[in-house]
Design a protein. Structure first.
Length: 196
């Protein structure tokens, strides 16, 4: 049952992410997917995010349905104790909820990637008063939870790929936001931590 709940957490997050993004794009008529726009090259983090979420969504399903002998060592599940697996599913659910809540909270400022001339206003209330990147924090917690539930070398690798994508993207976004929003964003950076 814990495995199924963890699978639902990641699929619910991906579905919610896509739905909120499509809804915003339709409402505003503004570009929301900005990885291919702007002067900053975002190809590497964009590709890493796609790989992480593709494998993050599919790997738990394969792990559930494949016999351990068929899965091989990459998917070999080193079963953790019930308490660790329960903590993992709580993290997956909590991370998914945090990321979706923070994305929704951004409202019209939500963007995927960062490009000059396509930014919203600074959101510095709610979850953004505690972290400049609560969506990314939620995603990392979600993937860390999946590692605890589906303990395998490949699941850990997927989580590491996500973390690398997040680190690269945050550096790009902070450069663009500093250039575009100037002193207001610099003041926000001083007030609120990058992560927690």
């Amino acid at each position: 049952m814990i495995d199924l709940v963890a699978v639902l957490a990641v699929w619910t997050y991906i579905g919610g992410f896509l739905w909120l993004t499509a809804r915003l794009a339709k409402r505003t008529g503004e570009p929301v997917w900005l990885f291919a726009k702007g002067r900053e090259r975002q190809t590497v983090p964009a590709t890493l995010f796609r790989v992480a979420f593709l494998f993050g969504a599919l790997l738990p399903l394969f792990t559930l349905w494949l016999e351990p002998q068929a899965a091989g060592w990459l998917l070999d599940r080193h079963y953790s104790g019930a308490a660790i697996r329960f903590a993992g599913v709580v993290m997956a659910l909590g991370g998914s909820a945090l990321a979706l809540y923070a994305q929704h909270y951004m409202g019209k400022s939500w963007r995927i990637g960062a490009a000059e001339g396509h930014l919203g206003t600074i959101v510095d209330t709610g979850p953004f008063s505690m972290s400049r990147n609560p969506v990314f924090v939620g995603q990392i917690v979600l993937f860390a939870g999946l590692v605890l539930v589906f303990t395998s070398v490949l699941q850990l690798t997927v989580a590491i790929v996500l973390i690398i994508a997040v680190m690269l993207q945050v550096n790009i976004e902070e450069r663009v936001l500093t250039k575009e929003l100037g002193p207001a964003y610099v003041a926000y950076r001083r007030r609120v931590r990058r992560w927690l």
